[in-house]
Design a protein around this ligand. Structure first.
Ligand SMILES: O=P(O)(O)OC[C@H]1O[C@H](O)[C@H](O)[C@@H](O)[C@@H]1O
Length: 643
């Protein structure tokens, strides 16, 4: 049997050097058969003529799961929703908000989370149609397939089971015939033991000092989730007490400035470095890891690595080749997507080092609580399902391509950047799960800032410019409820006044008549009119603790899955990030070559005129500091000393 390597398959997606032979089945002559459509669609754009047998099987299963048509826009409920837009266009939120029955039906409270969807441009009829769409798209079956460990990430032939990383010890979750919960807990137990030892001073640095500073090196999913949770917890009283004399920093960008910032002022004798990379091949992370390894070795000698460097990865072989003892490595599995990995060792190790394992267990329990809710609740009460369906309505029917994530809680300031990756990398796709090009756009442009800061930045546009559905997230009990004597309201009340006000300002707007009765001069009226009718949802958490942050994370992750399931795309691969990486490596090779050739990129190097010229402009102008012998790393201390 011929052996074929899947085109475009990088080390990221398949084990190093993986190839498929017996697993492949031919696709010839199957284009018009429903299953065949799945085969041919799957490989559209690839040069290979074969796909793995098990991939084909799971794609076929998916296709059969769809009742009619292979694209969601052919479903009756989709078509009915398209027609229903006309009815909604006749309504204004100003009026809809005075319909008590509608409002009561759109306020949902579950698992301690209060969600108000009354300011969405929907009626009860819209919701009914969205539930029908969910039914016809087999949403429930797809959710079950995810929880049952089926290989729903068909282009990478993987299960999607980040929910297993926060399973209770006594739960059972089967992947490929094997219960993975004991594996999850083996790693969690190892994290607990290691983080306890580091925190209580049993595990010391090579010169005998306790390791109170942690630098976590990682990028993308190996950075944004942990940063979000760290930022959420660092002002939470229990977490503050648990981390009093400790520091956690992240190093993500390959920019030398980020290296300098991350290491600035750190004493290597007290520093533990955690290299986090699912693949252990990501260029930026590996270069940063080598740089920081040299920083340690230069100051503490080669033995420092054993005591000062640990790793989190699915690729233990490469961890070992890098020089980190596999005993000091914390594993996870290919069924945890990078952007969904914060509940694996990716987040739990660095965050347990900072806050202790017990607090991180609360975070996992919160995420698990929302997983169970998502798995078991009917659509009508299911928060991730409701939020996901409303997003589908906003994007695919009302045509709003972006959403703003606006936590009125500074501790949640890194929620938007995290969700930006989870959502945009998951749902920004051009073809459906069968490889058929979509005639509509999927995904949303996510951005956001904490309130009230955002109000003084981009809210002008969302009030009077483009319509961008907003997600306001408020907290009932602040992490820091200090009340300054003599003030009318506390800081937190002031914050929440804005939380309540903004949603109504967007919904109601202000009419010319109201402006006239406020004696606004005529020439200013057009400038001061707010059309209103701008949708938002308001989510209130009782507090911002490890538990509720876990719930919030899981709620956002699952709403993204719901959207992907309805659009019938693969939300769990990320082929779109590959091309840029390949081109960067071509640039890297040429840059290495030009050093020996009078520092010029030549036309025969294969770049267009623009890139050739830009690269030469860069090469002529860049500064290169040559370090004295003996220094083979970015010498932050030297820079500070003015060299
Ligand atoms: O954890 P790593 O293997 O280093 O990957 C880090 C990141 O790499 C890529 O950019 C992927 O698109 C991300 O999903 C991933 O999180």
């Amino acid at each position: 049997m011929q052996t074929i390597k899947l085109p475009g398959a990088s080390q990221k997606s398949f084990p190093v050097g993986a190839s498929f032979s017996a697993k492949f089945v031919p696709r010839v002559g199957v284009r018009h058969h429903p299953v065949g459509t799945a085969f041919s669609g799957l490989v559209a754009g690839l040069e290979s003529t074969t796909v793995p047998r098990n991939v084909a099987a799971s794609v076929a299963k998916m296709l059969h799961a769809q009742k009619k048509g292979s694209l969601v826009d052919e479903l009756p409920a989709w078509k009915a929703l398209k027609e229903h837009v006309v009815d909604i266009e006749k309504t204004h939120l100003r009026d809809l908000l005075h319909d008590e029955a509608r409002c009561m039906a759109l306020i949902k409270e579950s698992e301690g989370i209060y969600c108000d969807f009354t300011r969405q441009r929907v009626t009860q009829r819209t919701l009914e149609l969205l539930y029908e769409l969910a039914e016809q798209s087999n949403l429930r079956e797809k959710i079950n397939a995810m929880f049952n460990g089926e290989h729903i990430n068909s282009t990478e032939d993987r299960a999607v089971l980040h929910v297993a990383t926060r399973a209770h010890r006594n739960q059972k979750i089967i992947v490929d015939g094997r219960d993975v919960v004991p594996d999850v807990w083996e790693v969690l137990d190892k994290i607990k033991a290691f983080s306890d030892k580091v925190r209580n001073g049993e595990w010391l640095g090579v010169t005998g000092k306790p390791l109170k500073k942690v630098v976590a090196i990682g990028i993308g999913g190996s950075f944004l989730g942990p940063l979000f949770v760290h930022t959420a917890l660092r002002t939470e009283p229990n977490a503050m007490r648990a981390s009093r004399d400790r520091t956690l920093r992240f190093l993500a960008n390959v920019d030398p400035i980020d290296v300098a910032r991350a290491l600035d002022g750190l004493d290597p004798e007290e520093t533990l470095v955690v290299v986090i990379s699912k693949t252990f091949t990501t260029a930026e992370t590996m270069l940063n890891a080598r740089t920081v390894r040299s920083w340690l070795i230069e100051r503490l000698g080669p033995d420092a690595v054993a005591k000062h460097m640990v790793a989190v990865s699915t690729n233990i072989k490469l961890v070992k080749e890098f020089g980190i003892d596999p005993d000091n490595a914390f594993g996870f599995w290919d069924w945890v997507g990078g952007r969904y990995s914060v509940c694996s060792a990716v987040g739990i190790l660095p965050l347990s080092l900072q806050y202790g394992f017990d607090i991180m267990q609360e975070f996992l329990a919160g995420a698990n609580n929302m997983d169970e809710h998502f798995k078991n609740q009917p659509y009508q009460d299911n928060l991730p399902v409701l939020i996901g369906l409303l997003s589908i309505w906003n994007v695919s029917f009302l045509g709003y391509g972006a959403k703003a994530i606006l936590p009125y809680c500074q501790a949640l300031s890194k929620l938007a950047p995290h969700i930006q990756q989870v959502d945009m990398e998951s749902n920004g796709k051009g073809v459906d799960i069968n490889g058929v090009r979509l005639p509509f756009q999927t995904g949303e442009i996510d951005f956001g800032e904490p309130g009230t800061n955002g109000q003084h930045s981009f809210y002008q546009l969302i009030h009077q410019g483009r319509v961008i559905p907003c997600e306001f997230i408020g907290i009932v009990r602040s992490q820091q409820s200090v009340y300054l004597k003599g003030e009318v309201v506390s800081n937190h009340d002031e914050l929440m006044c804005n939380f309540f006000a903004q949603a109504d300002a967007l919904a109601y707007g202000k009419t010319p008549e109201q402006l006239r009765s406020d004696n606004v001069p005529d020439y200013l009226i057009p400038h001061r009119v707010f059309t209103g009718n701008r949708p938002s949802m308001s989510i209130m958490l009782p507090s911002c603790t490890a538990y509720t942050v876990g719930q919030l994370l899981s709620m956002y992750e699952h709403r993204i899955a719901v959207q992907g399931f309805i659009w019938n795309i693969n939300s769990f691969d990320q082929w779109g990030v590959e091309l840029g990486k390949v081109l960067a490596s071509k640039v890297r090779n040429v840059m290495n070559g030009v050093r020996t050739r009078d520092r010029k990129v030549l036309p025969q190097d294969g770049f267009n005129y623009s890139t050739t010229r830009m690269m030469n402009k860069y090469l002529e102008g860049k500064t290169q500091i040559l370090y004295p012998e003996g220094h083979d790393v970015f010498p932050i201390d030297m820079l500070r000393a003015g060299h």
